[in-house]
Design a protein around this ligand. Structure first.
Ligand SMILES: Nc1ncnc2c1ncn2[C@@H]1O[C@H](COP(=O)(O)OP(=O)(O)OP(=O)(O)O)[C@@H](O)[C@H]1O
Length: 224
């Protein structure tokens, strides 16, 4: 048998990635250089490192939100760095649930409306409403469905944002600092939810400096 293609069991791969930012009148700030990592289905990988070490930058590059300065980003074996933005956006919509640091919910919408946002462009809100309810129930925030974000606790906001990231059942989930600012109990519940996702076969990429989350991952990249 011929293996003509790159193996696709790696859901996301960064190869030789460099990320730097231009600074007026100074050398560019090199955040990471020659970073290589693979994210597998049914596994959690943690990008660890102190504040400002580049965790969010790596996550955003892995999610195809910004291109790397150098190197390659592959989703299911396909390089995305040369693809057109709108094509990458569509691919991401179908395959990656991305959760920003802080969750970034829309303040003027209820928790349920926030969860249903990814269904709006495809006009699937009505169809996906039962799934949204089921996810929110599983994440323990269904009783907060009609509340606006301002009336939710940090832990509840985080779980609502996670429900939104999971609505379209993406095989890959990327989350930025999901336990930041949470008390221990809420943080533990977020960690156990992420472990459930791994058990369901999802590939989970998480950026965090929370030791317990780092320990909960199968593999890690330490940024300096
Ligand atoms: N768009 C940008 N332009 C210029 N510099 C940036 C940009 N984004 C981030 N940086 C800088 O790059 C470095 C890495 O930032 P990044 O947000 O990736 O780190 P982080 O590890 O996620 O930090 P934190 O844990 O505080 O969120 C920081 O020094 C930051 O100031």
């Amino acid at each position: 048998m011929m293996h003509s293609r790159v193996t696709t069991d790696v859901a996301v791969r960064l190869a030789g990635v460099r990320i730097d930012y231009e600074r007026p009148g100074r050398e560019p700030l090199v955040v990471v250089d020659d970073l290589t990592l693979g994210l597998h289905a049914g596994s959690m990988h943690c990008i660890a490192g102190r504040s400002g070490s580049g965790k969010t930058s790596v996550l955003r590059v892995a999610a195809g939100l910004v291109p790397p300065t150098l190197g390659d980003v592959l989703w299911a074996g396909e390089s995305i760095v040369q693809l057109r933005d709108d094509y990458v956006t569509n691919l991401r919509g179908a395959s990656i649930g991305y959760l920003d640091q802080g969750g970034s919910l829309i303040p003027g919408l209820s928790a349920l409306e926030n969860v249903l946002l990814p269904a709006v462009p495809a006009r699937r809100s009505t169809e996906l409403a039962p799934h949204a309810a089921e996810l929110m129930n599983r994440l323990g925030v269904w009783d907060r469905a009609s509340s606006h974000p301002a009336r939710l606790s940090g832990g509840e906001r985080q779980r609502v944002a996670l429900a939104r990231a999971l609505l379209l059942d993406p095989p890959v989930v990327m989350v930025d600092e999901p336990t930041a600012g949470l008390d221990r109990e809420s943080a533990d519940s977020v960690i156990s939810i992420l472990r459930d996702l791994v058990r369901d076969g999802k590939a989970v990429l998480v950026a965090s400096h929370d030791e317990r989350l780092i320990d909960a991952a199968e593999s890690r990249t330490q940024l300096v």
